[in-house]
Design a protein around this ligand. Structure first.
Ligand SMILES: Cc1cc2nc3c(=O)[nH]c(=O)nc-3n(C[C@H](O)[C@H](O)[C@H](O)COP(=O)(O)OP(=O)(O)OC[C@H]3O[C@@H](n4cnc5c(N)ncnc54)[C@H](O)[C@@H]3O)c2cc1C
Length: 227
C-alpha cells in the first residue's frame, strides 16, 4: 500500500528550533532527496503499525495469512529444536523462530547465551506532541533515559534469528530504528522464499545475518536505546 494512503508525508525540509520557537537551522531536502530511490516519508507509528498488521493478517495477500496470538509472553526459546516456551507453560514447535521482541529481548539469550549488556548513555529524552509549556503544566512529564547496548557477536543461532531492536537497537534521534526493523523483515522475506525447507533454515539464516551485518556496519555507530 502506498504510504500516502495511511497518512505518510514527504519530508521537504528539516528545521531545528530554540525553546522559544526561533529557527536555528533549516536544511532544504530538495537536492539531497534525489540521491535516494524513494522519497523520505514520515508516518504516525500507530497508522503504520495498523497497516502492517492488516496486510500481514489479510487473506487477500500472497501466502497464508499470519495469525496473531496476543497475551502470550515468551519465557524461553530453544535454538536447536526451534521451540518456544510461553510463561503459561505452553510449548510451540516451529521451523524457524524470529525474535522481534525488542530491547529486553528474551530470544537474545537463546542466540548469544546472555541478555545483552545494556549501558546507560548518559542521555535522556522528552517525548511530546503538544507545546512544552502546556505539557509542563501537567507535571507528569517523565524523563526517558537512553541507554546503549554492546554489539552482539551474532544475530543467529541454529533455527533462531533476531530482528529489529532485539538485534541492534538504534539511537532514536534519527528516527531509524523502526525503519531498520522493517528492512530486516524484508531481508528475511527475501532469503526465506516460499520453497524453503525446514532443513535449509540454518543456512538461510546465515544469509540473513550477512545482510544485517552489511547494513549495521553503516548504521550501528548511531545505535542507542531506551529504558
Ligand atoms: C524516544 C524514541 C523515539 C523513537 N523514534 C523513532 C522514529 O521516529 N522512527 C523510527 O523508525 N524509530 C524510532 N524509534 C525506534 C523504534 O521505536 C524502535 O527501533 C522499534 O520500535 C523497534 O521495533 P522492534 O519491533 O524491533 O521492537 P519493539 O517495537 O520494541 O517491539 C517488541 C515487541 O515484542 C514484545 N515482547 C517483548 N518481550 C516479549 C516476550 N517475552 N514475549 C512476547 N512478546 C514480547 C513487546 O511487547 C513488543 O510488542 C524511537 C525510539 C525511541 C526510544
Amino acid at each position: 500500500m502506498p504510504p500516502e494512503d495511511f497518512g505518510a508525508v514527504t519530508v521537504h525540509s528539516v528545521k531545528d528550533y530554540t525553546s522559544k520557537g526561533n529557527v536555528i537551522k533549516k536544511i532544504d531536502m530538495t537536492e539531497s532527496s534525489k540521491l535516494w530511490q524513494n522519497p523520505w516519508q514520515l508516518s504516525h507509528r500507530v497508522r503504520l503499525h495498523e497497516t502492517l498488521k492488516k496486510t500481514a493478517t489479510s487473506p487477500d495477500g500472497i501466502g497464508t495469512p499470519a495469525t496473531l496470538h496476543v497475551s502470550s509472553r515468551v519465557a524461553a526459546v530453544d535454538p536447536q529444536s526451534a521451540t518456544v516456551t510461553l510463561e503459561n507453560g505452553d510449548i510451540i514447535q516451529a521451523d524457524l523462530v524470529v525474535g522481534a521482541d525488542g530491547l529486553r529481548s528474551v530470544t537474545r539469550k537463546a542466540v548469544v547465551g546472555h541478555s545483552g549488556k545494556l549501558i546507560p548513555s548518559g542521555k535522556a529524552a522528552f517525548r511530546f506532541l503538544i507545546p512544552r509549556e502546556a505539557a509542563l503544566k501537567f507535571g507528569s512529564i517523565k524523563v526517558w533515559k537512553l541507554i546503549d547496548m554492546e554489539n552482539l557477536p551474532t544475530w543467529i543461532n541454529g533455527k533462531v534469528g533476531l530482528l529489529g531492536d532485539a538485534a541492534h537497537p538504534f539511537l532514536p534521534h534519527q528516527g531509524q530504528g523502526g525503519g531498520v526493523a522493517i528492512e530486516d523483515a524484508v531481508a528475511l522475506a527475501v532469503v526465506f522464499s516460499g520453497d524453503t525447507t525446514p532443513e535449509e533454515v540454518p543456512e538461510r539464516l546465515k544469509l540473513y545475518e550477512k545482510k544485517l551485518s552489511d547494513l549495521s556496519s553503516k548504521l550501528i555507530p548511531e545505535r542507542i536505546v531506551q529504558i
